[in-house]
Each structure stands twice: as structure tokens, then as C-alpha cells.
Design a protein around this ligand. Structure first.
Ligand code: NAD
Ligand code: UDP
Length: 319
């Protein structure tokens, strides 16, 4: 049985990856310090004999006994609200954290895949974004703690690949959504659905003309799975190219949820990217992958999930 370490296991994407790999017959070691994650995302895996959980901060020395074939590094705050609230941890998890995991991967001769992000392109001046675009990031803005840490993480990973000949993979993940996102994590999809469910107006930041392209979690996991088992080392965008303005998206959520609330406008956060759409030509060619779930189907499933959460979750305000 191949053994895989998944960091950020109790988070949104990490928990879905734990499910996928456990179901594929891997021995999964989930690791998380629960800073933004929730054990409820992986409680169902605990009784399984091919899953174990380590409550651990990956910025501290990471020890795993026995063999390890693969590592997926998904630990990191991922919502703008989270990484603005915990900026130093955000910088550390993609610098000290990746250093520890690269050391572990080298020691175990394991293949390591990192969760990079479309944020490495910053507020992009090229549209759509392909992997050869170097990006437009303000290093010293509040948002820079996430973007720049992820950029460093890519450099560190490539240095270990080149210098030590290690097997590494880099996924540049674009906005991904689905069940197990935190209702109050501030990201636009849980934010809008939460507001609709509470009977509040939907808060669009800026004039809402900024765009995003949303990828459903099942598609994302499939893309990541294929990337891990490909022989491709350079970064690959994984996302859904279907682009929409945030204002139009708010309209879609109003229709989906049937809320009679309206859109209200709030200031645009500093350095909020004005446009974002992945060019996925590389993923199509190298991984034979493209998203299958369109936004209306993905949003329906996501809404179902949030609608069925216990009422106390709905009213829990974190921020
Ligand atoms: P999430 O907040 O739900 O999950 C992140 C998990 O990492 C949490 O469970 C958190 O507790 C854990 N974590 C954070 N710091 C840690 C540390 N020092 N040690 C151990 N665990 C730690 O976020 P997510 O959306 O699931 O994102 C997962 C990964 O994917 C992140 O690396 C993120 O940057 C990347 N990503 C996500 C998206 C997206 O749209 N969801 C887009 C691009 C990149
Ligand atoms: N956004 C918004 N209202 C909200 C939350 C977010 O208009 O209540 C906007 C935000 O300014 C950004 C887009 O939605 O332009 C996506 O935000 P999110 O935090 O989901 O992700 P990211 O900015 O990292 O892509």
C-alpha cells in the first residue's frame, strides 16, 4: 500500500484529497494544526484502517516514521480574511513549512506536490493567465504575505528539484469551491450563500466588475490527482476557465437561493485582483484534464451543503 502525507488535511481541499486517496487504497497520513481547519471535515475517516491523523504545525520539524511515497503540501491559510488575520503564520507555512517537507521528501525519497495558487500572478496584466506569465505582485501589500510566500514556495521546490534531483510537482490552483468550505471564511461563495441564508444583503466589494473563474472541488481533485502521477515538473494551472464578474455572480446567487435581499456595495480590498481566468491549455495537453462540473451544478451542490448545516453554524461569526 503506497503511503501519502497530506498537510492541511482538515481543511477544505485537503479533506477532499484525503477522501480521494483513502478511497483509492492509499495509506493516508493527514496532518493539520487546525488553525483554519475543522476536524469535522475528516472525522469520518478516523475509523478507517488506512487513515491516521497528526495534529501538528508543519512549520515545526516534521517527523513521520516508516516509508513515505508521496507528500501533498496543502497547509496554508487560503482566504484573504484568514491570511490578513494571521500574516506571519501564512508566510511561515510556505517557507519554513515547505523547507521541512522538502527535507522529509528527500529523506524518504517521496514525490512532493505543492499547492501553489493563481495569486502568484497577483493583479494580472495578462489575461487569461498562462503559466509563463511572471505576475504582478505587490510584495509589501497586506495580501503580499500570501502571494509572496507561495512564490517563494515554488522557487524552493524547484531548487530542491534541480539541486537534489527530487520529484516535485507544482499546481497553480485557481478559485475552488464546494462543500466543507467554512461558511464564515470570508471567501465570496460562502459569504454570499451565508448572507442569503441569514436574510442579509449580499456584499459586493468595489463595483463588482472584477472577475473570477470558479472550479468545483471534484474537478480540482481530479486535476491534482492527475498532476501528481504525471511526469511534469513545471507549474500547471488547475482551474475552471468559465469567468464571471462578481456583480453578475451575486445575481446568480440571488436567483439560486431565492433570497429577496439585494446587492450592497462595500470598498474593494487593497490589491484585490481585477481579473482572473486560468489558461488551462497545459493541463488539457499534459494531464488530459478539463473541468466537467459547470457553475450552476457546482453551486447547487454547494448550496445544498450550506443549507443543511446546523443553524448555529450559520450564525457563528468569526470575523
Ligand atoms: P483551508 O483553510 O480550508 O485549509 C488549509 C488547512 O491548512 C487548514 O486545515 C489549516 O488548519 C491548515 N494549516 C494552516 N497552517 C498550518 C500549519 N502551519 N501546519 C499544519 N496545518 C496548517 O484552505 P483550502 O481552501 O483548503 O486551501 C488548501 C490549500 O490550497 C492552501 O495551500 C491554499 O493556499 C491552496 N489554494 C486554495 C485555493 C482555493 O480556492 N480553495 C486556491 C488556490 C490555492
Ligand atoms: N468579494 C465580494 N464580497 C464578499 C467577498 C468577496 O465582492 O463578501 C469579492 C472579492 O473582493 C474578490 C472576489 O469576490 O474580488 C473573490 O474573493 P475571494 O475572497 O473569494 O477570493 P480571491 O480574492 O482570493 O480570489
Amino acid at each position: 500500500m503506497d503511503r501519502i502525507l497530506i498537510t492541511g488535511a482538515a481543511g477544505f481541499i485537503g479533506s477532499h484529497l484525503c477522501d480521494r486517496f483513502a478511497n483509492e487504497g492509499f495509506y493516508v497520513i493527514g496532518m493539520d494544526n487546525l488553525i483554519t481547519g475543522d476536524m469535522r471535515n475528516i472525522d469520518h475517516l478516523l475509523p478507517r484502517d488506512n487513515f491516521e491523523f497528526h495534529h501538528h504545525d508543519v512549520t515545526k520539524f516534521v517527523h513521520i516514521s516508516g516509508e513515505l511515497d508521496y507528500i501533498l503540501h496543502f497547509a496554508s491559510p487560503a482566504s484573504p480574511i484568514d491570511y490578513l488575520k494571521i500574516p506571519i503564520q501564512t508566510l511561515k507555512v510556505s517557507s519554513l513549512g515547505i523547507h521541512n517537507l522538502l527535507g522529509l521528501a528527500k529523506d524518504k525519497k517521496a514525490r512532493l506536490l505543492i499547492a501553489s495558487t493563481s495569486e502568484v500572478y497577483g493583479d494580472p496584466l495578462v489575461h487569461p493567465q498562462s503559466e509563463d506569465y511572471y505576475g504582478n505582485v505587490n510584495t509589501i501589500s497586506p495580501r503580499g504575505v500570501y502571494d509572496e510566500a507561495k512564490r517563494f514556495q515554488e522557487s524552493m521546490t524547484m531548487a530542491y528539484h534541480r539541486f537534489h534531483g527530487m520529484e516535485t510537482r507544482i499546481a497553480r490552483i485557481f478559485n475552488t469551491y464546494g462543500p466543507r468550505m467554512r461558511l464564515n471564511d470570508g471567501r465570496v461563495i460562502p459569504a454570499f450563500i451565508g448572507q442569503a441564508l441569514r436574510g442579509e444583503d449580499l456584499t459586493v466589494f468595489g463595483d463588482g466588475s472584477q472577475t473570477r473563474s470558479f472550479c468545483y472541488i471534484e474537478d480540482q481533485v481530479e486535476g491534482l490527482y492527475r498532476l501528481l502521477f504525471s511526469d511534469y515538473t513545471d507549474p500547471v494551472n488547475i482551474g475552471n476557465p468559465e469567468e464571471i464578474s462578481i456583480r453578475d455572480f451575486a445575481g446568480e446567487v440571488i436567483k439560486l437561493t431565492g433570497t429577496d435581499q439585494k446587492i450592497i456595495y462595500k470598498p474593494l480590498p487593497q490589491d484585490d485582483p481585477m481579473q482572473r481566468q486560468p489558461d488551462i491549455a497545459k493541463a488539457r495537453e499534459i494531464l488530459g484534464w478539463e473541468p466537467k462540473v459547470n457553475r450552476s451544478e457546482g453551486m447547487r451542490k454547494t448550496y445544498e451543503y450550506f443549507k443543511n448545516l446546523p443553524p448555529e453554524e450559520l450564525n457563528k461569526k468569526e470575523h
